[in-house]
Design a protein around this ligand. Structure first.
Ligand SMILES: Cc1cc2nc3c(=O)[nH]c(=O)nc-3n(C[C@H](O)[C@H](O)[C@H](O)COP(=O)(O)OP(=O)(O)OC[C@H]3O[C@@H](n4cnc5c(N)ncnc54)[C@H](O)[C@@H]3O)c2cc1C
Length: 414
């Protein structure tokens, strides 16, 4: 089949790679001049399936919601949101009971663990090097944070996933440069989880995809998807591009293209922020990736740089509150690893991704024949990309995916 993939982010390029591997003729259509120019460009780098989670206020609803309105909260809401955002938040709250939280967590981790396995296969096959580090340390600053981790620990135990609940002293041995003053009562150590440079990996994968025959059309934007039920056509400027099937992997813009086909999904654009600082003192820098559940800041070592990321703001217009958001990132980095870098020279970046109220991705066929989606991976697209790409290629090729697809398709939202 000739398959058109809309979007050259990590999700689109992974889809194209596996579609080509399955023997299809693949074209990627990307409006920017290269791959990984949008949300895949400067992300937090975490490929940590054991740390993939659904935001939830199930265990502390009142304090959680109150904290959302604070200036430097990890999940921030500003007053005056539009009606559809409040509707989305209502649905998100409904998905935040402990029972629903556990269901979503299992679905998201199912994709992420599979994806990590597929990513490692790809990496071994091609010998990619993308500034990877091994191991993720989830810090718990107080007893309450440790208590709230219980559903996650139960899931990791149930599925026998490699993890260790360790005390503060053991955590400090894993990250010896972590400031002794950092509040710490314990940590979850995920020894096989990773961090790596998503944009670098995407470019290497693009190169391999091109070698396998995938064609990339850059600086080309799809205006609309047309269908007569039998055939697919993409409107591109004055032209029409015909394909047997299309995979929508357009990140945050997927919603608009789906709306043109009559599908209105409860997607919410959520902006997130990252800062990158060059390491000047390697003895004082983190060795791998770590985060804490309070601030929700993640710090990942990427080569000779540190990447700090956090803060999610549903529906925010781009770059509306960077000083406060970036200040919060640098504050945590400065407290944990004060001598690692000149943080005042850090570079800032932000991007938007789409999120469904239940947090799980959408991978699979749509009600419109020959139109497939690979989208809404929220804060974990990099962690879920390789597996999602393989799954979409399997589905389009008429093969059964290697994991159970229950709860990952469009039927749960439309
Ligand atoms: C600050 C931050 C930190 C993050 N940290 C992590 C992390 O640590 N771990 C993790 O797993 N995930 C993380 N994420 C999430 C992840 O990086 C992104 O969600 C992911 O890269 C999205 O990939 P994508 O391919 O779906 O979208 P994108 O990378 O945005 O790609 C979509 C592409 O589609 C193109 N496009 C859109 N519309 C059209 C059109 N009409 N025609 C042609 N092309 C079109 C766009 O130009 C774009 O290049 C983070 C995100 C942010 C913002």
């Amino acid at each position: 089949m000739q398959v058109a993939v809309i979007g050259g982010g990590i999700i689109g390029v992974s889809s194209a790679y596996f579609l080509a591997e399955a023997g299809h003729e693949v074209v990627v259509i990307e409006r920017h001049g290269n791959v990984a120019e949008q949300a895949s460009f400067g992300n937090g780098g975490l490929i940590a399936p054991g740390a993939v989670t659904h935001w939830s206020c199930a265990r502390a609803p009142r304090s959680f919601i109150a904290s959302m309105f604070k200036a430097a909260a990890p999940l921030r809401l500003r007053p005056g949101l539009r009606t559809e955002r409040w509707q989305w938040l209502r649905r998100w709250l409904a998905e935040s009971t402990l029972e629903r939280f556990c269901i979503h967590l299992e679905r998201m981790q199912r994709v992420a663990y599979y994806s990590h396995h597929v990513l490692q296969q790809v990496q071994e096959r091609h010998g990619f090097s993308f500034e990877q580090t091994r191991g993720f340390l989830q810090l718990y600053g107080d007893a309450q944070a440790l208590l709230q981790a219980q559903p996650l620990l139960d899931l990791l135990n149930e599925h026998e996933r490699p993890h260790q609940l360790i005390d503060a002293a053991a955590a400090r041995l894993i990250e010896p440069a972590l400031m002794p003053s950092t509040p710490l009562v314990g940590a979850l150590y995920l020894p096989h989880d990773e961090a790596g440079n998503c944009a670098l990996f995407t470019k290497q994968l693009k190169h391999e995809a091109q070698r396998m025959g995938v064609t990339f059309h850059f600086n080309t934007a799809v205006q609309a998807i047309q269908t007569d039920g039998m055939h697919i056509a993409l409107d591109i400027d004055e032209r029409r591009f015909h394909a047997d099937a299309v995979v929508l992997a357009a990140g945050v813009d997927s919603a608009r293209l789906l709306a043109g086909l009559g599908m209105r999904l409860p997607l919410q654009p959520v902006i997130a922020y990252a800062a990158t600082a060059t390491i000047r003192n390697f003895d004082a820098a983190p060795l791998a990736a770590l985060g804490d559940t309070g601030s929700k800041v993640i710090i990942a070592r990427l080569g000779d740089r540190m990447r700090m990321s956090a803060m999610a703001e549903p529906g925010a217009a781009h770059m509306q509150m960077p000083d406060m958001a970036f200040g919060a990132l640098l504050q945590v980095a400065g407290e944990w690893f004060p001598d690692a870098s000149n943080y005042n020279k850090a570079q800032f970046w932000s991007a938007t991704r789409n999120l469904l109220p239940d947090g799980a991705p959408l991978i699979g066929a749509t009600p419109v024949p020959h139109v497939y989606v690979n989208m809404a991976h929220g804060a974990h697209s990099w962690a879920m990309a390789a597996g999602s790409g393989k799954i979409i290629a399997d589905l389009i090729s008429g093969r059964t995916p290697e994991i159970d697809m229950d709860g990952l398709g469009l039927s749960r939202v439309c």
